[in-house]
Ligand binder design. Structure first.
Ligand code: SF4
Length: 350
C-alpha cells in the first residue's frame, strides 16, 4: 500500500514536470510491427486477443519499409526492429509469400537489429521447409567473407515462447531449435531467444535436456553488453546458433485479464518510463500505433486515416507526444489533491 502511494506521488510529480513526454521525445525508441492480429492459436494469456477468427489483414510491406527508411534518418531511433503478431508466419498462408523475408531483409539491409517473434506452431505444417529455408537464406546472405573459421554473430534474433499457455510449446521450440543447431552456416551465427515466465522456468531446463539427448552440444557462454556492462548467460548450440533465455512479465491486457496473477497496469507507460527507457512504438494491423505494452490505458494514434491515407513517422511521433501530454494532464486531473499538495510544497520551498 505504502509503495503504491509512493508510486502515485512519483507519477504525479513526473506529470507536473512533463517528464513522460520528454522521455518519449528525447530517448531512443524501438519500432515494433504487430504485422497481423490473426493467429492459429487461441492462447488464454494472449494480450493481443489474437486467434483464427480475427481479420486476415497485415500491415502492408511498403508501409513497414517506408517507416524504417524514415526512422533511420532520426537520431533517436535505436535501430532495433521487432516483427511480431498475432502470428507473423501466417503470412505464408494468408499474404504474399515473400512478405516475411522481404521485411526482415529490408530492416537488416537498413542496418537495424531485427527480432522476429513466432509461436513456431508452423514447424509441423507443410510450408515449414520454406520458412526454414527463408531464415537460412536471410542469415547466409550476411555471411562473413573472411575464412578464419571464426563465426560472427549478426544482430538477428528469432524469439520463441516457452510456457504453459502455448500449445505444445516444448516440442515446437525443440523442433525449431534442433533444426538450426544442426545447420552449419559458415561464417555466421544468429540468436534464438526463448521467452518464458518465472512460473514456467522448469520448461527451459527440460528444453536444454531434450536438446542434449538429441546429441546437441549445449555449452554455456556469457555475453557482456559493452554499453550497460550487463552480463547475460547464453548457450552455444553446436557452434551454429546462440540460444538465450529470458523471463517476461505477464501483463493483464487482452485475454490475460482473466489470469489471476497477470500484472495490472492502469497507466502502463508511466509505470515503465524512466531515464533509461526505450519507447516501444508499436504498429498494429488495425491501423493504430500504440506506445509500449498492450495493457491498461493505452496511448495511441492511428497510422492509417479513415480515408486510407497513411501517416509518416514524423507525424506519428508528434501525435504520440501530444497524446502523452494529454495523458499527463488527465492523470493530474485524477489526482487533483496530490497535485495541489506538491504545488504547495514547491511554493514553501521557494
Ligand atoms: S499468445 Fe501468440 S501464439 Fe498465442 S494466440 Fe496470442 S499471438 Fe497467437
Amino acid at each position: 500500500m505504502i509503495q503504491k502511494i509512493r508510486n502515485t506521488v512519483k507519477t504525479v510529480d513526473c506529470c507536473r514536470r512533463g517528464f513522460f513526454h520528454n522521455v518519449f521525445e528525447q530517448r531512443p525508441y524501438v519500432l515494433v510491427f504487430k504485422t497481423t492480429n490473426w493467429c492459429w492459436n487461441n492462447c488464454p494469456h494472449c494480450c493481443e486477443s489474437s486467434n483464427a477468427s480475427n481479420p486476415r489483414v497485415f500491415v502492408p510491406e511498403f508501409y513497414i519499409n517506408n517507416i524504417i527508411d524514415e526512422a533511420i534518418m532520426d537520431e533517436n531511433f535505436s535501430r532495433a526492429v521487432v516483427f511480431t503478431g498475432g502470428e507473423i508466419m501466417s503470412a505464408y498462408k494468408l499474404a504474399e509469400e515473400n512478405y516475411v523475408p522481404n521485411i526482415i531483409n529490408h530492416a537488416l539491409d537498413a542496418g537495424c537489429g531485427v527480432d522476429v517473434k513466432t509461436n513456431a506452431g508452423w514447424v509441423n505444417f507443410a510450408f515449414a521447409d520454406q520458412i526454414f529455408n527463408d531464415i537460412e537464406n536471410i542469415v547466409k546472405k550476411r555471411a562473413d567473407k573472411d575464412d578464419t573459421g571464426v563465426k560472427h554473430l549478426i544482430n538477428f534474433q528469432i524469439s520463441l515462447s516457452l510456457d504453459r499457455f502455448h500449445k505444445d510449446a516444448l516440442d515446437r521450440n525443440f523442433k525449431f531449435i534442433k533444426h538450426f543447431a544442426r545447420t552449419n552456416i559458415p561464417g555466421i551465427a544468429f540468436y534464438i531467444h526463448v521467452a518464458s515466465y518465472n512460473k514456467d522456468r522448469d520448461m527451459f531446463s527440460n528444453l536444454k535436456e531434450k536438446l542434449e539427448r538429441a546429441g546437441i552440444k549445449v555449452e554455456p557462454i556469457i555475453s557482456i553488453n559493452p554499453k550497460t556492462n550487463v552480463i547475460k548467460n547464453m548457450y552455444d548450440l553446436n557452434g551454429n546458433v546462440v540460444m538465450n533465455y529470458s523471463e517476461a512479465t505477464l501483463f493483464n491486457g487482452g485475454r490475460a485479464k482473466n489470469i489471476e496473477y497477470a500484472y495490472k497496469t492502469p497507466n502502463p507507460q508511466f509505470v515503465f518510463m524512466d531515464d533509461g527507457f526505450e519507447s516501444l512504438v508499436a504498429f498494429d494491423s488495425y491501423g493504430n500505433v500504440t506506445l509500449g505494452e498492450n495493457s491498461g490505458n493505452k496511448i495511441s494514434t492511428p497510422w492509417m486515416m479513415a480515408n486510407g491515407e497513411t501517416k509518416q513517422m514524423e507525424t506519428i511521433k508528434s501525435d504520440l507526444s501530444a497524446n502523452i501530454k494529454q495523458a499527463e494532464k488527465e492523470y493530474l486531473k485524477q489526482h487533483k489533491m496530490l497535485n495541489w499538495m506538491l504545488q504547495s510544497a514547491d511554493m514553501i520551498k521557494l
